[in-house]
Design a protein around this ligand. Structure first.
Ligand SMILES: C[S@@+](CC[C@H](N)C(=O)[O-])C[C@H]1O[C@@H](n2cnc3c(N)ncnc32)[C@H](O)[C@@H]1O
Length: 374
């Protein structure tokens, strides 16, 4: 079968149709944990001039479900400070995102209609943009409070295929260096785009996956390493002849988990274009949010090992499936691809059901508030 190296963008899409928010309680916990950083920003930002609207943006929003409660409370807090001020909330993601689900969520047209702020508050306008956060999305000097949660680890391009693993956390040497160079370039681009968009006195709250001071990262906090498991199961399918060697190699996540130092460096270096563009770190810290599925399992005497496995795998699948699916050759039918991907996640489920010890997806983030100075 032919080498079917796919574009990076086609590997990033999340599953649509509401699947995302339902299976990502942990992502909501991350935003909830950082919500005070956003509420504090309400008191810290400079008032928009000439009665202009306050501009809020959620970048890499998916269907907006996980940030809805926080945005509701953010709007309420802005209204306390400026009772009459118009507010624009812009959701941004890739063009492939399920914007229909996003707008249904914002209109309260789902079975979770709570926190529909555009209904509960007057003069709040909800917009959407399909421009990547690697580019400038909003006009110059217009953004007052921005945030991005669990999204900016997606790099704009894979510098190479990893070959003997599926993720940069399992890569070494020259391969790892190539990913680091790409990630640094992307991070500078992301920051320069935000520097252009932010109004002076505006703030951006980044909640990004990271590798923390103890070397922990998503799905690797002391138990079974999730990315090693992904790799092992994918390799097993190659060894069993279910997928080709090329398909095995094609599964490379276009992601990079930066350290807190890598995140803050461009804003501390007086010679960097980002520093010159006016971005400064107001605060930064790393933190772990426990896997909500493991928490529930540990607290429940009713759940079987299989119940736990059945609850855990969809959250992993929601963001990883496209990487494995697009690694498969286009010579296969859609049905065949779906069957192979189903088998892959079924193998993961069976592994967890056999012995759930150490299997979990704890979130490890760097929380960073950035402000734009004159
Ligand atoms: C794990 S989801 C996080 C969604 C939401 N922010 C949350 O915290 O629940 C990552 C999101 O980032 C989006 N994304 C990835 N690369 C992107 C890019 N270059 N520009 C905009 N969005 C991107 C994906 O499409 C996806 O919706």
């Amino acid at each position: 079968m032919s080498n079917n190296k796919k574009s990076t963008a086609s590997t990033v899409a999340m599953k649509g149709g509401g699947y995302y928010s339902e299976s990502t309680r942990g992502a909501k916990d991350v935003i909830d944990k950082a919500s005070t950083l956003l509420f504090d920003a309400v008191d810290q930002i400079t008032e928009p001039q000439n009665q202009q609207a306050v501009q809020i943006a959620d970048m890499g929003s998916a269907d907006g479900g996980t940030s809805k409660e926080t945005v509701y409370n953010l709007v309420a807090k802005l209204r306390e400070r400026w009772p009459e001020r118009q507010i624009v909330v812009t959701y941004t993601d890739l063009p492939s995102n399920d914007y229909s689900q996003l707008f249904k969520n914002m209109a309260g047209m789902t079975d979770t209609p709570e926190f529909t702020y555009a209904k509960d508050f007057d003069d709040v306008f909800v917009h959407g943009s399909g421009t990547s956060f690697h580019q400038q999305i909003l006009p110059d000097d217009t953004l007052n409070i921005g945030f991005s949660a669990t999204a900016m680890h997606w790099i704009s391009d894979r510098p190479c295929m990893i070959g003997n693993h599926v993720h940069m956390v399992g890569s070494e040497g020259e391969t790892r260096d190539k990913f680091a160079v790409q990630a640094a370039k992307d991070w500078e681009g992301i920051l320069l785009a935000r520097a252009a968009e932010l109004a002076v006195g505006g703030r951006f709250v980044f909640m990004n996956f990271c590798i923390d001071e103890e070397g922990r990262y998503l799905g690797n906090t002391g138990g079974v390493n999730m990315f090693n498991t992904f790799h092992q199961l994918w390799e097993d399918m190659r060894d069993a002849g279910q997928i080709t060697d090329q398909e095995y190699k094609n599964a490379t996540f276009p992601q990079f988990y930066r350290t807190e130092e890598q995140f803050t460096a461009p804003m501390k270096d007086l010679n960097s274009p980002v520093y010159k563009a006016g971005l400064r770190v107001a605060s930064s810290f790393t933190g772990v949010v426990d896997c909500p599925y493991q928490r529930k399992f540990n607290d429940s005497s009713e759940m079987s090992n299989r119940d736990y496995a059945v609850s855990l795998i969809p959250t992993m699948r929601s963001w990883s499936e496209t990487v494995f699916k697009t690694a498969l050759s286009d010579e296969r039918s859609e049905e065949e691809k779906a069957q192979l991907v189903d088998a892959f996640y079924q193998n993961y489920e069976d592994l967890v059901a056999e012995d759930p010890t150490g299997h979990a997806m704890d979130y490890v983030h760097c929380y960073m508030v950035v402000e734009k100075v004159a």
